[in-house]
Design a protein around this ligand. Structure first.
Ligand SMILES: Cc1ncc(COP(=O)(O)O)c(C=O)c1O
Length: 362
């Protein structure tokens, strides 16, 4: 079996003829900058249609989309934002880059997303927003999070960078809070080739006018908001047409992994929130001997993504007491991420499950 790793380039290779025809025709039709910029508008329309969102604005990264979401939510110096103890560092960095403080809440054991009970426990007077990260595509308990936010008059920003296509009661993540953000980086379900691009979506027209005002000045609170590149947009416009096929393929991969691994002793599979349909970026699970499994998988040609370091080691006002984050600590010790890229073959999934089964055998 050749090496198996998360590889967006495979999908780009499949689509290369389509890309070159499409980009060639667009260049033929364009007379100048305004024509080129038209495609960003087309992508915003397509992306909104896919999510059933009322509004979308595309930028050059998920990080700047998150900065825009925070500014458009009125977050600034001396405000605090509750975020999960585990996420990509950009989630915390975006908050601190605006002079606001991050407050961490532990994640839940069943699905690794922010635990609503821990949000309540972390509440303070200066908190103005919660960032709900749909980690790896698992869906946060949005009903509880929105209820807490309403009680404390907070904004809810969904960091949906990992969860394009995940749904809760039929509605797509990114459209379940006040606003949502996405990244089109290399490992994401919808990625541009080099991996730049991101966007903000909202169902709320106030966000349309707030983001419009912020972007009109381009530079705001030390942030420079950049447009995405023409080539990235063209790739994304082509690829988004394949989302139904990507979803179908991902659901098959997830079901295959679940069927093959659910009885394996020593593994804890995640339990999706009732009513949710996760569209996983990677297939996450917990394993007591995670390091051994990672080694065995690597020597068998399967390259798995590493776990995120808990954010409280790198961000925040004070030195953390890691005893306050038992689930994040368990995640850091035990989380294993199996490849789950679009159009991965079922024999690749079986091969990976076989390597794990063999390694776990006493
Ligand atoms: C959860 C999460 N939030 C934010 C980001 C930042 O996105 P970008 O790399 O496009 O700036 C990422 C990127 O991987 C991410 O995984």
């Amino acid at each position: 079996m050749p090496a198996i790793r998360f590889d967006s380039i495979k999908l780009d290779k499949l689509l290369k003829e389509e890309y070159s025809r499409y980009i060639g025709q667009a260049l033929e039709d364009c007379a100048g900058l305004n024509d080129l910029n038209r495609y960003a508008g087309e992508f915003e329309t397509e992306f909104s249609r896919y999510l059933r969102a009322k509004f979308c604005v595309v930028l050059d990264s998920g990080t700047s989309s998150l900065q825009l979401a925070l500014l458009a939510s009125g977050i600034g110096k001396n405000d605090a934002v509750i975020i999960p103890a585990i996420s990509h560092p950009a989630t915390a960095w975006a908050v601190e880059s605006l002079g606001a403080k991050v407050i961490f809440a532990d994640i839940s054991q069943s699905d690794l997303t922010i635990d609503p009970d821990k949000i309540e426990a972390a509440m303070r007077k200066d908190v103005k927003a919660i960032i709900a990260v749909h980690l790896y595509g698992m869906v946060c308990d949005m009903a509880s999070i929105n209820r807490i936010a309403k009680r404390h008059r907070l904004k809810v920003i969904e960091d949906a960078c990992h969860s394009l296509g995940s749904t809760l009661n039929g509605r797509k993540t990114g459209t379940l809070g006040d606003c949502g953000i996405f990244s089109f980086a290399y490992f994401k379900t919808l990625s541009s080739i080099k991996g730049s691009g991101g966007c903000l979506v909202s169902q709320n027209t106030a966000y349309k006018s707030n983001t419009g005002k912020i972007l009109a000045s381009k530079y705001r609170n030390n942030v420079e908001f950049k447009d995405p590149s023409f080539l990235d947009i063209m790739i994304l416009l082509k690829k988004i047409k394949f989302m139904a096929k990507i979803e179908e393929s991902k659901i098959n991969i997830q079901n295959n992994y679940f069927g093959l691994l659910r009885k394996a002793a020593g593994l804890t599979l995640l339990k999706p929130l009732t009513g949710s349909r996760p569209m996983l970026m990677l297939y996450p699970l917990l394993a007591k001997n995670r390091d051994l499994l990672n080694k065995r998988l690597a020597t068998s040609g399967v390259l798995c993504a590493p776990a995120y370091k808990p954010l409280y080691y790198m961000f925040g006002e004070s030195k953390p007491d890691k005893r306050s984050f038992p689930v994040a600590e368990r995640y850091f010790r035990e989380a294993l991420f199996l490849p789950a890229f679009p159009f991965m073959k079922s024999d690749e999934v079986s091969y990976i499950a076989g390597v794990i089964g063999k390694a776990l055998r006493p």
